[in-house]
Design a binder for this molecule. Structure first.
Ligand SMILES: [Zn+2]
Length: 53
């Protein structure tokens, strides 16, 4: 396995993206759904989640 492949598969997070907007940063996983923090803040109240801050 090359270094590039290790980086691509090592942490297993690079392929995860926000289900709503496709962002890769600040992902939050709840109920098998991946949100970025921005989308989570927008959707959490609508889905009945409480604030996490
Ligand atoms: Zn998002």
């Amino acid at each position: 396995m090359t270094e590039t492949q290790k980086k691509a598969t090592g942490k297993g997070t690079a392929r995860h993206t926000c289900q709503m907007c496709g962002r890769k940063q600040g992902l939050v996983s709840r109920y098998h759904i991946l949100f970025c923090r921005q989308c989570f803040r927008e959707w959490a109240p609508k889905m009945g989640f409480k604030k996490m801050d």
